[in-house]
Each structure stands twice: as C-alpha cells, then as structure tokens.
Design a protein around this ligand. Sequence first.
Ligand code: SAM
Ligand code: DTB
Ligand code: SF4
Length: 328
Amino acid sequence: MAVSRAEVFPDDLRHDWTQEEVSALFELPFSDLIHQAQTAHRRYFDPNEVQVSTLLSIKTGGCPEDCGYCPQSARYDTGLERERLMPLEDVLAAAEAAKAKGSSRFCMGAAWRSPKDRDIEQVAEMVTAVKDLGMETCMTLGMLTDTQARRLKEAGLDYYNHNLDTSPEFYPRIITTRTYEDRLDTLNHVRGAGIHVCCGGIVGMGEGRADRAGLLRELANMPQHPESVPINLLVQVEGTPLHGSDSLDPFEFVRTVAAARILMPASRVRLSAGRTDMNDEMQALCFLAGANSVFYGEKLLTTDNPESEADRHLFERLGIRTAGCDAH
Ligand code: SAM
Ligand code: DTB
Ligand code: SF4
C-alpha cells in the first residue's frame, strides 16, 4: 500500500519515490501526516532546535531572467531600485551584525542569471572574509559552471542555494528564460565541487497539489538529498506576474513542509519566505511538521521578514533553541 511504504526508517533514505506515493502523503488525514513527520524528524534531529540563517542581497535588481514571482527581474516594474555589487566592507559589516544577533549562517544573494568569472573573484573574497568571522557561508548567484563552483568551494563556501522552484510540469508557466535541466546542471556542479546543496521551491504560485508533490519528488529523488530544503510561500509583490495569485490554504503549506520532512528526514527543512503572512500558530504548526530552519533578520533579499524580536519571542514561547554552526 502506498502509504505504508512512506514509513521512514533510520539510515534508510530513499531516492525512488513515485508521484503516487508522494501524493498519498498529501492525501493523509492531517494528524496522521503530522505524526509521521514528527516521527521522522525525531529520528534525525532535536525537535526543539532550529537553525537560523541571515540573508543579504549583495547585488539587487536588474536581472535579465523572467521568473514570474521575482521583484528583481528587470522585466517587471516593481519600483525596486537597482544596486551594483556591494563592496566587501559593507558585506562584512552586515555579516558581523548577523553574527552578533545569533545567526549561524550568512547567505548572500545576487540578482544574476549567472555570474561572470570576474564576479566570482569578487564574491570569493566575500566568502573567505565571512568565513573568517566564524560563520557558515551560503551564496545564491544563479547558474554556475563546474569551474566556478570549484572556485567558490576553494574560497570556503559551505552552501549554495539554487531552487527547483516547482514541478517540471508547472515550471514553464513560471520561468521561460532557463530550463529545469539548467537548474539540475548547476546543482550537479555544486554537488560535484563538494559544496552543501540548498535546494527547494515556492508554493502558492497557483500550482496544484500534484505540482507540490512533483517538486518534492524531484528533490527527494536526487542521488543525494539537498542538505537544506527551503520551502518558500510566494511573497506576492506588486508588478510581478504572480501578484494576485490565489492564496494557498495554510494547512496545505504545512502539509508541504510535513511531506518534505518525511521524504528527506535527514535534511534541514527551512520555513523560508512568506513568514510575514503567517501567524505564530501557523509557524508553530510548521515546526511541528518538521521545519527546523528559518531566515532570521528583518529582510529577506528585497522583501520583509519578521522582526528579530518577534522571532525571539516566538522561539521562547515554543521552547525552541537556535542552533549554532553545524554540518547542516
Ligand atoms: N538570481 C539567483 C537565482 O534565481 O538563481 C539567486 C537569487 S533568487 C532571488 C533565489 C530564490 O529566491 C529563487 O530561486 C526563488 O525560489 C526565491 N524567490 C524569489 N522571489 C520570491 C518571492 N517573491 N517569493 C518567494 N520566493 C522567492
Ligand atoms: C530561498 O529559497 N529563499 C530566499 C533564498 N532562498 C535566497 C529568497 C527569498 C526571496 C524572497 C523575495 C525577496 O525578498 O526578494
Ligand atoms: Fe533573477 Fe533570480 Fe529573480 Fe529569477 S529569481 S529574476 S534569476 S534574481
């Protein structure tokens, strides 16, 4: 029976999930799904510990790609001001501030289709400098060649974020300027260079449940699960094509988190963008469903994230401790 095969056993990470099996998880009664997710979570993690990363946009706006959700695409008028690549000192100051607030990982994002080799040299310096502060480093810069990935690894990069965003079927409705295959190629380069993979997607873009299941199936069937799996709730930005998308039932978001936890039990599942649209109760359900990582700090890349004070208060109310630097 499809559902019983979804049981997760320690050291038995599966990479052969069928669409039917993943869909069956989504169809479970809510309490059964959450119970299964909690059970999987507790086999691999301390359930009361959450890892926190802070984001910084090191190059903002003016991106040539047409990702329908993104305020940074040059194709949409979102009122965002373009900014050139940030100087090293400014990046370092932001990283120091994030560290002082208790963040263990610093994630630097650039609105590029793909970096040029001379960009790589500049961002490599940033990686080394942030790493020297004793923080874990993460970057998201668009598509990477094998050589570029190796250069970033050499500079000390711990994680690279590159999302699949949605199912292969729904993908062409969201982005036309790069393919699903392109994304898988970059992920292979990152993995091949020995950098930890941070890869997830966005829900609430008007996709169906089969697409949410399809995204998770793709992630879970990679030869190695991404160490970090961000589940973003679409941040609807005026001027982007996806602004005005039907909002997603909050329980469906929680189900997506729970299914991710069951399929990739040893990975960090990140409750990512969209938290300003969630109440504390919904976030608590996400943690119960197995989310154990968040972005911490008032800004994501260009949009708002909850106030740090509000997050600290929420963690305190839930008895959640924030994790220091670790492998995941
Ligand atoms: N330009 C690079 C790229 O796309 O590969 C890196 C930065 S890009 C902003 C990183 C990720 O942020 C995207 O892949 C997407 O999953 C997420 N993202 C962007 N805009 C978003 C939005 N409005 N809501 C939720 N997630 C979003
Ligand atoms: C990810 O999956 N979510 C983050 C991070 N990776 C780079 C980005 C969310 C961006 C939300 C829109 C913005 O702030 O521009
Ligand atoms: Fe550009 Fe990345 Fe935004 Fe797509 S998601 S438009 S590639 S910045």
